[in-house]
Design a protein around this ligand. Structure first.
Ligand SMILES: [Zn+2]
Length: 560
């Protein structure tokens, strides 16, 4: 850790503590990267690219029915995909990962022929469909889906037991993809415009909880079916099935767009703990609606659902497994103390409702849009509920988790994400940008406009970057290229050249990077405009003390 802000701030004891937490947080932040392939296979290309057999049909709705069999750890179900025809093509690719199998595909009651090649299934239609027409196919599937050994990081189905011995089952499949258990077009660029109907059939003593609202339940004696409905566009990885000995409690929240239903599904024996811990939800909603605008899914309600793993941003059913305690599993990722003032999973995963679920990346290479803004939302939660200083200390504290191992942006078209630094380097970049904007009112207006303009949309990093340049009135081209596309942290070198003069310049920057920063000279803040060349600053009086505002994510080095 070369970051001087951190070494200055932490005692030997907290350094040791920090290392312990760092190793924990690295599991969170970089486990995806440990296995990241920099050489890509045909499989990566096929899963990461909108190929011809994916591009001609636009998903309008999924009607997904699934039954879980805990005894055999298997599932079976059907998915009716309604889509709009965009082009005259005959081959349609459906994703479903082995060992799951497609048993049958039908259209208008007639069986369709398909060929399976690994995780991809190709339907060949006899003739092309009329452009702009709406069509539907129904896929029957079954099997033992990949089991998640370490959810939510490796992904798949978790077949666990709760403390009372009841089955406690959940899916989490970010990264590996929704097609690990259900057949779909598994690419982030196509969300079902009209949502998902999700029916979960469970043994009758258990309950199935999905996304959106519970519409009805059917009692079949030995089993029950729980019918859920999502009316808004939803990313595939957000669709989830949770089964357990659930009990429900709820409330309504007076939000900025009206009354918002809050529904909580927790294990029966955790009801009291949950009622206390989830009282943080209104604090979170107030903070995020203040900074980002309305919660993006009033129609589908806000939910927290207890699961046997840490948590995930499943849209309108955020899953929770943080043990009813503050921090990240009881730890403060920032080391500033502020991380223990809130339940990390409630705040972080719900932050994703704005960034990931409402504003979704078009390619996972741009996933920093999800994680950077959401990690930054933790600091805005503190800003709203505590103070601007708290927010600042927290986000600066999280710099100790940044590795600068790889750029934040991954390789496009390969289902490849960038560095785990997308979380807290992402947050620190945005915090730095707030300094450049200076005016907090303007910064808030900008974040709200971002959420309004890109509401329920699928966007690229470039679109977000351009938005920021336009709205701030600052050409941020070099800023984004430096921070998102390289691993270099700009280093500000400075030296005092006389009693009242200092010289400064940047090193470790791309060509043209010239971000201004604030020097604090004799306690007084002063903008300076460093670039690659040495420049001189002449103070009116002697320079008795000199430092640089820590809110900018740069390194600072005094040279002789
Ligand atoms: Zn996240």
């Amino acid at each position: 850790m070369k970051n001087t802000h951190i070494t200055n701030k932490f005692s030997a004891l907290s350094q040791a503590k920090f290392k312990a937490i760092l190793s924990l947080s690295l599991i969170l932040l970089t486990s995806f990267q440990l296995f990241a392939q920099e050489e890509f296979s045909k499989e990566d290309e096929l899963s990461g690219t909108v190929t011809k057999d994916r591009a001609w049909w636009d998903v309008l709705h999924y009607n997904l029915k699934v039954e879980v069999f805990p005894e055999t750890k298997t599932i079976e179900g059907t998915n009716t995909i309604t889509y709009k025809v965009l082009d005259e093509e005959k081959v349609m690719r459906i994703d479903l990962q082995a060992p799951m199998e497609i048993n049958k595909i039908t259209q208008n009651g007639k069986k369709l022929k398909f060929k399976t090649k690994g995780n991809f299934h190709y339907i060949k239609f006899k003739k092309t469909a009329e452009i702009d027409s709406e069509q539907a196919i129904t896929i029957s599937f079954s099997g033992a889906p990949k089991e998640a050994e370490n959810a939510p990081w490796d992904g798949g189905f978790s077949w666990k037991k709760d403390e009372k011995g009841n089955d406690f089952i959940a899916t989490a499949n970010q990264g590996i993809g929704a097609s690990v258990w259900w057949p779909c077009k598994d690419h982030p660029s196509d969300e079902p415009d009209n949502g998902v109907a999700l029916s979960i059939t469970t043994p009758s003593h258990l309950m199935g909880v999905g996304n959106g609202r519970l519409i009805s339940e059917e009692d079949h004696g030995e089993t029950k079916t729980w019918n859920w409905s999502v009316t808004q566009p939803i990313n595939n990885y957000g669709v989830n099935v949770n089964v357990g000995d659930y009990t429900h409690f709820g409330a309504t929240h007076e939000g900025i767009k009206g009354l918002l239903d809050l529904d909580y599904y927790v294990l029966s024996h955790n009801l009291e703990k949950a009622k206390e811990q989830f009282s943080q939800v209104p604090m979170m909603l107030n903070a995020f609606e203040y900074w980002f605008g309305p919660y993006p899914f009033y129609e589908d309600s806000f939910k927290l659902v207890e699961v046997p793993y840490l948590g995930m941003e499943h849209q309108s059913s955020v899953t929770y497994g943080n043990g009813y305690q503050n921090g990240y599993l009881g730890k403060d990722l920032s080391g500033s103390g502020w991380g223990l003032r809130f339940d990390f999973i409630i705040v972080h995963e719900a932050g994703h409702e704005w960034f990931a679920n409402s504003i979704t990346n078009s390619d996972v290479a741009d996933m920093w849009i999800h994680e950077g803004f959401t990690a930054y939302s933790e600091c805005l939660y503190l800003d709203y509920n505590y103070s601007k200083e708290a927010a600042s200390e927290y986000v600066i504290g999280t710099r100790r988790t940044i590795l600068n191992d790889r750029p934040l942006i991954g390789t496009y078209g390969m289902n490849n994400r960038g560095s785990g630094d997308m979380y807290y380097k992402g947050a620190n970049i945005l915090h730095t940008l707030r300094q450049l904007v200076e005016d907090d009112k303007k910064w808030r207006a900008l974040l709200k406009k971002l959420n309004k303009d890109f509401y329920h949309q699928i966007v690229s990093s470039q679109q977000v970057e351009d938005f920021m340049s336009t709205e701030t009135g600052i050409d941020l081209t070099q800023f984004w290229d430096q921070y998102l596309r390289t691993t270099m942290v700009p280093k500000l070198e400075y030296k005092q050249t006389s009693f009242n003069e200092m010289a400064y310049r940047y090193i470790d920057i791309i060509e043209g990077f010239d971000m201004p920063v604030i020097a604090i000279i004799n306690g007084k803040e002063q903008w300076i405009h460093p670039n690659a060349e040495w420049q001189n600053f002449e103070n009116k009086g002697d320079i008795k003390s000199l430092k640089f505002k820590e809110d900018f994510y740069i390194e600072v080095d005094k040279v002789e």
